[in-house]
Design a protein around this ligand. Structure first.
Ligand SMILES: Nc1nc2c(ncn2[C@@H]2O[C@H](COP(=O)(O)OP(=O)(O)OP(=O)(O)O)[C@@H](O)[C@H]2O)c(=O)[nH]1
Ligand SMILES: [Mg+2]
Length: 276
């Protein structure tokens, strides 16, 4: 949703309506709390919808833009689906979230996508969000740029076993398996004992959906893609900034001349009077 609010003196150029959708317990509310309060908090399952907003910055055509994100966090539980769908209308941006440790939440992305495409504005920009990556890796993953018609090069992983495709799964599993037997031919040296005051080693879970699979799904469905951890704060603001940038680039290209989505408000000099 794009709208103009010329004359409002709070330093924002645009106001964009966002929705966060996805299965129950994938971390939607935690992502919103990370965006608005920059903290990780235990949250109860959402009943219906919750709301939060924050000013983010992005660059469009070399110019810095300030965007007020007004975000509706929806319940993932099936019983609320008809209520939450009514909030999709007029959204300029949508975060479609899944949990990288639960494959079914990724498999349900198609159904959430259908819902968004049916009930949100035809111009909605959607970003696929692979959340809870902290459970599988000690640091954020580098997402490969995917171009159709070209081979995708994935950095070889030193610990990767050839028969198991997702590289980060192996890395996670290998990091986690501190009790594993030494590899054949690796010699008899055993790891040094941990220092008395060393931090406990966190057990990492295997990933149920690899980075490549997520990024390919996004490419095929014309979505943006980001990996996040609401817990660690990885990629969260980036998810909103990337989506805002895409929306504003489309505004600048005049894609909305014919039919401006209700969820975009402009306050910059380009605004031609009121909106919506
Ligand atoms: N490790 C880890 N846990 C997370 C992360 N995000 C959320 N969680 C946990 O996942 C559980 C569900 O998080 P919520 O944010 O309530 O999930 P939701 O998608 O809003 O769920 P509904 O409101 O029921 O649709 C909670 O126990 C969170 O603490 C994350 O990035 N990493
Ligand atoms: Mg919630």
């Amino acid at each position: 949703m794009v709208s103009t609010t010329a004359g409002v003196a709070d330093n924002r150029d645009y106001i964009l309506k966002f929705v966060i959708v996805g299965d129950a317990a994938v971390g939607k509310s935690c992502l919103l709390i990370r965006l608005t309060d920059d903290r990780f908090a235990a949250s109860e399952p959402t009943l219906g919808v919750e709301f939060g907003s924050r000013l983010v910055s992005t660059t469009v055509g070399g110019k810095a833009k300030r965007v007020k994100v007004q975000c509706w966090d929806t319940a993932g539980t099936e019983s609320f689906r008809s209520i939450t769908r009514s909030y999709f209308r007029g959204a300029a941006g949508a975060l479609l979230v899944y949990d990288v440790t639960r494959r079914e939440t990724f498999e349900h992305a198609t159904s959430w996508l259908d819902d968004l495409r049916t009930h949100a504005d035809e111009n909605v920009s959607i970003i696929l969000v692979a959340n809870k990556t902290d459970l599988c890796a000690a640091e954020p993953t580098v997402v490969p740029q995917i171009q159709f018609g070209e081979a995708v090069y994935v950095m070889p992983n030193a610990t990767q076993k050839p028969s198991t495709p997702p590289p980060e799964t192996d890395a996670a599993a290998d990091s986690a398996s501190d009790s594993a037997a030494p590899a054949a031919g690796s010699g008899s040296s055993s790891p040094p004992p941990p220092a008395a005051n060393a931090a406990p080693v966190r057990k990492l879970l295997p990933r149920a959906v690899s980075t490549l699979e997520g990024a390919l799904f996004a490419k095929q469905h014309n979505l943006l893609y980001v990996e996040t951890s609401a817990k660690e704060g990885w990629g969260v603001v980036d998810a909103f900034e990337q989506t805002a940038r895409q929306i504003l680039e489309r505004v600048e290209r005049g894609e909305f001349e014919r039919r401006k989505p209700a969820g975009v408000n402009l306050t910059d000099s380009k605004a031609k009077g009121g909106c919506c």
